[in-house]
Design a protein. Structure first.
Length: 205
């Protein structure tokens, strides 16, 4: 079926809340994401996730170590892209906590063990790696690469060092998670290099 049949709107909500504080924006954007995903049957969702994987192919091909994430709830899954990267010889990795109070590290291997905060992570004895491409989950993102996450700061604490060493940080989501409005930014926020969705990859200046 033609891809335009499933093309998504470019904004999270038809009209954003007047109060664009992070907490208000996070809540409205998360509710909008859940509402969008409820409109998808399994077949449509699979088509969109396959399109995401196709758009990520060239980025993964140019990386030696590709980091993904184990999707939760209404998050789009990057697993097809991760499996394709593995199939062409790339090392794949996922976030893993050894201590919930400390920044997570990326471990090589599949997310097979329950970790804190409800997501799966590789076995704790898996090798620690430093990815050069990191696929980052998000609730929303703007045109400056400002990412709105769950508000705990886990990714910001983990990505700062990796960005300085040259890792490419690509947010991943449904196309409707790309906001036209600017997301409020704090000094500790780590801007991303781009945003990938089933509609394509947008790289930020």
């Amino acid at each position: 079926m033609a891809s335009e049949d499933f093309r998504q709107t470019a904004t999270v909500v038809p009209s954003l809340p007047f109060d664009l504080s992070k907490d208000v924006l996070r809540k409205s954007s998360l509710e909008a994401r859940k509402a969008f995903v409820r409109t998808l049957d399994d077949g449509h969702r699979a088509i969109l996730e396959q399109k995401l994987a196709e758009h990520l192919t060239s980025l993964c091909a140019n990386a030696a170590v590709v980091a993904g994430y184990s999707p939760m709830g209404s998050e789009i899954s990057p697993m097809l892209a991760i499996e394709e990267a593995r199939a062409v010889g790339r090392i794949v990795a996922f976030p893993a906590f050894s201590d919930p109070a400390k920044p997570f590290r990326f471990l090589s291997g599949d997310p097979v063990e329950p970790g804190p905060f409800g997501f799966l992570q590789p076995k704790r004895r898996a090798p620690v790696v430093e990815p050069d491409l990191i696929l980052v989950p998000l609730i929303a993102i703007d045109g400056r690469g400002t990412r709105l996450g769950r508000g705990k700061g886990h990714y910001d604490r983990a990505l700062g060092h990796l960005k300085k060493t040259g890792a490419k940080l690509i947010g991943v989501g449904w196309a409707m998670q790309r906001l036209e409005a600017a997301i409020p930014s704090d000094p500790w926020d780590i801007p991303l290099h781009g945003f990938a969705s089933p509609d394509g990859v947008e790289e930020f200046a």
